[in-house]
Ligand binder design. Sequence first.
Ligand code: G3H
Ligand code: ZN
Length: 302
Amino acid sequence: MTLVTSKEIVTKALNGHYAVGAFNAVNMETAQAIVGAGIEENSPLIMQVTQTTLNYTDPEELAALMKVLVDRVSIPIALHLDHGRTFEVVMKFLRLGFTSVMIDGSLQPDGKTPRTYEENVEITRKVVEAAHAVGVTVEGELGTLGQIGEEITEKSGALTDPDQAARFVEDTGVDMLAVSIGTTHGLYKGKPFIDVERVKAISEKVGIPLVMHGGSFTPDEDVRAAIRFGIAKVNIDTNIRVAFFEAVRDSIVKIEAEHEKADRAGIPRKYDIRKILEPARTAMQAVIEDRIRVFGSSGKAE
Ligand code: G3H
Ligand code: ZN
């Protein structure tokens, strides 16, 4: 049994100047790829489920699968709710036995409309009280992260303010803080500007581990610099999705060529789902291993 809280592994990462990767699982293959990569790299891991996955699958089924995977290995793994937007959703994941939750109080439950600072503090503090009572880590968010294709700059006013961040941590008691520093979810339109100086300024004021959301396709040199300055958890989802899509496409192209060959020879076509999903799982694991190496957490499983 290696289920740990994310506070435990992320605090070690902050002190050791590396970051723990937090990777999104949506099904068996993604979960296996994540755990497989952690074993290969002998790295601590955060395996996370985002709130929107509830529209896709029953979280109880997914949580049961994730727990079986965690139970079988000896690397430390935290199970984390990513971008929880309501108190009720957080409660659901606490009941499922997750050891870490994010309450994204920066936005309303619609995931678009910003909450005021006071509203963010109110919901975050409520989650902290409930989660800490059962020993679960809480990640809060201050500042608004760029959504897909959106550019976040100083001018847009959505970047995290270091002084406000210090007040937020004091007002809420969160264990980790997601910050807006120029990264965005999904793919970037061009080369992003990542404000690593802001990471340093926030880190010096708050003293707790900081979280980089939108870690996929963020230039490695920026990721490494941000880790040096206080980022101790990096969220990765899009990198995994792209690896999956590309591998599935390549497999289907290959299988269709085999089908045409079979048609010409008058042999019945073969349909095997595993021939599509197995290469996809391998491709996802390779991408995750690569990110783990960039985050510097290889060999840090204890
Ligand atoms: O919460 C999840 C991550 O922030 C995903 O970021 O789209 O860059 O992988 P990504
Ligand atoms: Zn995110």
